[in-house]
Design a protein around this ligand. Sequence first.
Ligand SMILES: C[S@@+](CC[C@H](N)C(=O)[O-])C[C@H]1O[C@@H](n2cnc3c(N)ncnc32)[C@H](O)[C@@H]1O
Length: 431
Amino acid sequence: MHPNALLNHASELVLQVLRLDHPADAVVSRYFRDHRQLGPRERATLAETAYAVLRRKPLYEHLARAGSGARERRLAILGFHGSRDFLNGALSPQEKSWLKSCDAVTAAELRPEDVHNLPAWLVEPLRAQVGDEFDALAANLLETAPLDLRVNTLKMKRAEAEKGLARAAIQSEATPHSPWGLRVHGKPPLQKLALFTEGALEVQDEGSQLLALLLDAKRGEMVADFCAGAGGKTLAIGAGMRSTGRLYAFDVSAHRLAALKPRLARSGLSNVHPVAIAHERDERIKRLAGKMDRVLVDAPCSGLGTLRRNPDLKWRQSPKDVQELTAKQQAILTSAARLVKPGGRLVYATCSVLSEENEAIATAFGAAHADFVPLNVAEVLTTLKVPDATALCSPATESEGEGRVPAGQFLRLWPHRHGTDGFFAAAWQRK
Ligand SMILES: C[S@@+](CC[C@H](N)C(=O)[O-])C[C@H]1O[C@@H](n2cnc3c(N)ncnc32)[C@H](O)[C@@H]1O
């Protein structure tokens, strides 16, 4: 395709994702459905360009002020994911000289928001938590996430899967903390690999794997994955149970649960029961009260721990959305807790980095439920032989009102520290 034709597509796609009215991945998929003539390399260029603009929107908007022509074209030029030689084939002499002047801008000439590329409302809550590491965190959130796989140990050992990938010329290495994970070099297509189609591998961030591990569901147990969605964690939990016992996959979205079906078929699991519920107080949930050995609440959240994959979220979420989510999280956790039987384990998790959605929810739940005894996540993960578990967890904190929280109480994964998405988890045992 001629460089200018590709740049025109990129400009149009940038315009569409920047409306921020739908998730960027859905907008990109729809664009490709509407333009079936685009080949795989062109699609990759367009998607990467749109995501680059979402990642560095403030910086590119700042630089674009000096250029001329349609705004979305200037933004697409700045984020263009391809060689400069190819891009130059699309540019007018004026555009070339403007781009050169953009290249010459140094960090010292930029405002902080053009460097961290975060919305103002997110800066303080993040700074308050990571302090001096803020710049490293912000820079890391502008990167693309690595490709992590989970080996379905029902089908294959991790070392065997690693060798299988190597035979397909895909290099990978064991993830540092999850016993099931492989981190792949680059972004090779996996969909057609036999290892994938036959259910030995699933794409899953190492952090998600650790959440499933923390639940530690055993053979023959009764387990509920309360917010199962498309079942990423359900599959990991089911494999940990060696396909025995009963694993309920609840979700209010039948559409998301439907996406679990083909994954389940590949996985070889026969212990999973997907159930679409109307809401967290559904009658079907009430009937199972006090019957579960383990309950995972992977709560709906702002997703702000996944900005490397979903950079649109930083522009699509707002403090008001977060406030609404926290009410939902509280209600879901309270309802799900009723399922846990005495002696059973409850895990609350999010892929958010905001303490409102994390520590605040866990602490309020603990204060209102004396029959749930907090478990120290670092100790649980150490028992499960997770290397360096303490480094994955929160330090000790002292705060008025909430009292002292000991070191290791919560799982607290940060992209810049751990190479995973941002995740939180708290765990309790029912008396
Ligand atoms: C973070 S996602 C779950 C991701 C999933 N566990 C995985 O590993 O792929 C949160 C899920 O909660 C579901 N949800 C929202 N409100 C809910 C409710 N009241 N009860 C149960 N699930 C709910 C959403 O439909 C969404 O699928």
